[in-house]
Design a protein around this ligand. Structure first.
Ligand code: LMR
Length: 398
């Protein structure tokens, strides 16, 4: 049976983790996977999370099953965090949310849900998009098409081309949008561009699926949810996939959420029953620990303040790293203009160098990044920026 199998290549992002860990070079730099790192290259557990875990350790009194939805209280808190409590879609009770194993789990639940809505479903993703989007939707039997998004030559958004492509989508299609901190380009829609996309969504009638994996890493928890909130207030149907991996630093706990916005409350109930069926067939029910931590934090005004301060610290460090790299490259005499890095948002930017230059950075300098030259900005620090900038300067020179 198994001898019909062909070996699969390592995941383009996660495969880098293993290579980096095995590299004995003491100067190695990890700009691969999108995880937050502090000044010494460590991914810390947030203090608010430690506090919440202590509380949970003392108060948890059962490990009995919760059910496919996960904790209803967590789902409610996540709905309000994403959409805000005064959103018309929240007030009219048009949203149903389930807890999922991370943001990827949310996307897979959404994919199976879409497939149940339409067996011939097509989803449009930005070019480029997160490397796992394509495989994930194709695995659920959904056809994937792309719309223009990032202009590699001008380091800008191909907004007119994006709109022209989406104007040709069918009303039965789904369009995936990144809420903020576009992965991999760091290039976000402005609020007025969001408004235009929302108008287009209403005119054409396709269903938006918004992926929000970095709420709070761009400009702030509320600012980053602008598109999500406006979209939900203006369209009949929408799907949101969110993640607590980055903003709560709960990566390995695997906790996120999938929310369905329907045209009214009875339709939302029907959609919810389908969601529960999908979850039951996929993994039966989500893990509880991460959800309980987020719940404890968001239930406490004090822990919420602590969380927001820690989130701001992570965001500020990443933004500081952006400017630090741009300055350092200039100081190393690099003529090419890298100032766009300081203007982009969130965890990632493309350096805009060739795959050969990326390979040289890895083999000669032990600097790891995705082949596309996407760098995870959090991997930069005051200790490695000098080495990083001189190495980039060297590969650009020759
Ligand atoms: C990334 O893009 O690096 C992160 O979202 C981690 C992942 O799962 O790929």
């Amino acid at each position: 049976m198994f001898n019909t199998l062909n070996a699969m290549p390592a995941d383009p992002i996660l495969g880098l983790l293993t290579q980096y860990r095995l590299d004995p070079n003491p100067n190695k730099v990890d700009l691969g996977v999108g995880v937050y790192k502090d000044e010494v290259g460590h991914t810390p557990i947030l203090k608010c999370v430690k506090h919440a875990e202590r509380h949970r350790f003392e108060t948890e009194d059962t490990k009995v099953y919760i059910g496919p939805t996960g904790s209803p209280h967590f789902n409610d808190l996540m709905t309000k965090l994403a959409f805000s409590h005064h959103n018309p879609a929240v007030i009219t009770n048009r949203i149903r949310t389930v807890s999922t194993p991370g943001g990827t789990g949310a996307l897979r639940v959404a994919a199976d849900f879409i497939k149940r809505c339409r067996t011939d479903a097509t989803i449009w993703v930005s070019s480029p998009t997160w490397a796992n989007h394509n495989g994930l939707f194709e695995a659920a039997g959904i056809k994937v098409k792309t719309y223009p998004y990032y202009d590699h030559d001008n380091k800008s958004l191909k907004f007119d081309e994006m709109k022209a492509a989406l104007a040709k989508a069918n009303p039965t299609d789904v369009v995936l949008l990144h809420a903020c901190c576009h992965n991999p380009s760091g290039m976000d829609l402005t609020p007025s561009q969001w408004d235009e996309i929302i108008t287009l969504t209403k005119n054409i009638g396709f269903t938006p699926l918004i992926d929000m994996a970095y709420q709070g890493f761009g400009e702030g928890v509320d600012e980053d949810a602008y598109g999500v909130r406006q979209m939900a207030a203006h369209v009949d149907n929408m799907i949101l996939c969110s993640s607590c991996s980055k903003n709560f630093g709960l990566y390995r706990e695997r906790i996120g959420a999938c929310s369905i916005v329907a045209k009214d409350s009875p339709s939302a109930d029907v959609a919810f029953s389908v969601l529960l069926y999908v979850v039951r067939c996929l993994y039966s029910m989500p893990p509880a620990h991460g959800a309980a931590i987020v719940e404890t934090i968001l239930d406490s005004a004090e822990l919420t303040q602590e969380w927001l301060a820690e989130l701001a610290q992570m965001r500020d460090r990443i933004n500081g790293n952006r400017s630090m790299l741009v300055e350092k490259l200039k100081a190393k005499g690099v003529k090419r203009d890298f100032s766009f890095i300081a203007k982009q948002k969130g965890m990632f930017s493309f350096l805009g160098i060739t795959p050969e230059q990326v390979a040289r950075l890895q083999t000669e300098f032990s600097i790891y990044m995705v082949d596309s030259s996407r760098i995870s900005i959090a991997g930069i620090s005051e200790d490695n920026v000098d080495y990083l900038a001189s190495s980039i300067a060297k590969v650009l020179e020759e």
